[in-house]
Design a protein around this ligand. Sequence first.
Ligand code: FAM
Length: 390
Amino acid sequence: TKTIREALEEVVPRKQLQLKQLKTEHSQAVLGEVTVENVVGGMRGLKAMLWEASVLDPIEGIRFHGLAIPDCQKQLPAAPGGKEIIAESMFWLLLTGKVPTEAETRQLSRELAEKGDLPEYIEKLIDSLLARLPALAARIYRNVYNPGKPIPAINKDLDLVGNYVNMLGFGDNHDLTEYMRLYIAIHGDHEGGNASAHTTHLVGSTLADPFISYSAALYALAGPLHGLANQEVLRWQMNMQKEIGDEITHDKIKEFLWKTLKSGQVVPGYGHGVLRNPDPRFMALQQFCESRPQLLDDRVIQLVRKTYEVAPAVLKEHGKTKNPYPNVDATSGCVLYHYGLTQFKYYTVIFGVSRALGCLTQLVWARALGLPIERPKSLSMDAIEKLIKN
Ligand code: FAM
């Protein structure tokens, strides 16, 4: 059984060599062209960033080192007594590119639980942040919503998310624990260009420490077009429920969707900067609901499902968004709500605990490969016009 350090040590020299070869043999190779649309359109589509752990295909969705979410669900070890992927097995895959064995996963759980004896260069990057993040996020939750109640100590025999749910005060809810394991594993990374990942990378490229780099990312995650969307979705769904009453019909949902769009708002949970199909993370969370009859009886969960049946056609007719399909946020909050984690404001914090997996993985790689400070060239509109004329 390898430790995560040993697994990483095997990969680092190979990747360092790969980067060296790219730099020496192919540094002038052209990867694409830069158009005015790229520059004025938020850099969408511009291939301008190195990111190792995941690649987002517009149609198939996210792949972690080539593995799609259903592959991860088949191959990555779950918690003892559980079925869903856990953060540790996902983190191992993201960091090393390899599927860990069950024993390696358990060992990483224990190392994190004990804030283990990791070597110094990755200790700073992984152990000091990743292992403590659930406890920190749980303390915030308990202080804000349940002040005065004691927080249970970390159980060294439990996985990271098992401990997190326990500290949040829901440890006896096995289904919520399993949901959170799946949620946190599949939100772990989504390529490098999304706002939070890119922020970590940019700030980290100044050699700011991981706490500062990831704190900056959380501010990006807090925007309603990014991580805050998951709480916005639930608020919006509940307003819809209030307005349309007990009898949920496709026509009533359609009417509500049009009302949202005509008021100039976006439909939260729909659309994406890269994806052009229903998000496989949305599908994985929907499948979780379908395997549990009590979730299917929940009215908000039914409303999410029914909205999915009509929203893509409405958004196509509206004609603006390039992707009329749901992203993961369209469904993630309603299941938390069902299980009693009803404080919307906290949902983006859970996303933040999860996204640390991918962002910190890339920080490790940025350090291991000695990537330079990020510094793209900016252009004024006058400069763009001059370049076009030439
Ligand atoms: N409802 C209505 N209009 C939408 C829309 C939606 N869900 N998504 C995009 N549009 C509009 C968009 O506002 C833009 O309009 P203008 O031309 O008037 O500016 C037009 O369609 C083209 O946008 P796009 O190229 O399809 O999307 P972008 O790449 O600019 O933006 C998102 C991507 C995700 C910011 C956008 O789809 C959105 O605002 N969605 C709703 C918020 C949301 O669910 N965010 C969560 C994203 C999630 F993946 C995450 O980060 N967790």
